[in-house]
Design a protein around this ligand. Structure first.
Ligand code: AMP
Length: 282
């Protein structure tokens, strides 16, 4: 169990970081919205491997939620999160209030192009602009050497990497593989919304992705049929709606063509809960 510094303000956070910087230490940032689980912990572990000090931020970012989304009910459990951060050996928790990131008069948004128009961008039109804006702000406030993101949010990783490159932000982006429950369900703070029956059905998402990955390897010509069938199977099993289930170019997220590096991505609804997942194909 190590000592966890809690900073609520940018100035406080930066004072602590200055001490480490003056000592020539490398700093990693792990941005989160809290309700920490083992997926988040894996990112912090990776940060500890590559940096001397790890900063975790917890901020439920209102600008990435649409008007009818779950901002109000998003799980908030800072005491438990702080205990987990102490146990794992995170050095500093940056948990700013709203004003610290969006002060009175704030009016800037970062918009990216094509990569934000597909998949999540179709169903959550403001999401990536909210993510890009808050991630840019956190990167500029913390100025870490490394920032770590989960493959669980694959499109988000591509969006953040594109933004960092386009804006010449001086930070290295690292990614960590998706952490799953033993039955295949990707860990997510939103899994807490699932009732027992929905939780039982949820791993079928990963099975659908695996089936498509297998088809891609063995008979890519039959891909469209298998994707269509996988959608039908999910709906028949009890999923309420499928926003998308697609094979894409892993970096541009354009529809996959023979020879492209592939990523299979899905977003689907179980009752009132929207789950996303994705896998690679190597
Ligand atoms: P969130 O708190 O959901 O905004 O996620 C914060 C970071 O944790 C993002 O980079 C996510 O991609 C990552 N993350 C969330 N769930 C997982 C998971 N199951 N495995 C690995 N990383 C994850």
């Amino acid at each position: 169990m190590s000592h966890l510094i809690l900073a609520r303000s940018r100035n406080d956070m930066r004072q602590h970081l200055k001490i480490w910087r003056d000592q020539g230490k490398k700093i990693a940032l792990v941005p989160t919205m809290g309700a920490l689980h083992n997926g988040h912990i894996a990112l912090i572990e990776l940060g500890k491997q590559y940096a001397d000090h790890v900063v975790t931020s917890i901020f439920v970012n209102p600008t990435q939620f649409g008007p009818n989304e779950d901002l109000a009910r998003y799980p908030r459990q800072e005491d438990e999160d702080r205990a987990k951060l102490c146990t794992i050996g995170c050095d500093l928790l940056y948990a700013p209030n709203l004003e610290e990131l969006y002060p009175q008069g704030f009016q800037t948004r970062i918009e990216l192009g094509a990569i934000t128009q597909r998949l999540e961008g179709v169903f959550r039109p403001h999401f990536f602009s909210g993510v890009a804006t808050v991630v840019a702000k956190l990167l500029l406030q913390v100025t870490p050497d490394l920032a770590i993101f989960g493959e669980k949010d694959w499109q988000q990783v591509q969006v953040v990497s594109t933004m960092v490159k386009d804006l010449d932000l001086d930070v290295t982006i690292l990614t960590a593989p998706t952490v799953r429950d033993p039955d295949g369900l990707a860990l997510s703070s939103r899994n807490a919304y699932l009732n027992a029956e929905e939780r039982r059905l949820a791993p079928k998402l990963k099975s659908a992705l695996d089936k498509i990955a297998h088809q891609l390897k063995t008979n890519p010509a039959g891909l469209d049929f298998i994707v269509g069938q996988a959608k039908q199977d999910l709906l028949a099993a009890g999923f309420r709606e499928i926003d998308y289930l697609e094979v894409c170019h892993s970096l541009t997220l354009e529809p996959w063509q023979l020879g492209d590096p592939a990523r299979i991505l899905v977003a689907a609804w179980l009752g009132q809960t929207r789950l996303i997942d994705n896998i690679g194909t190597s």
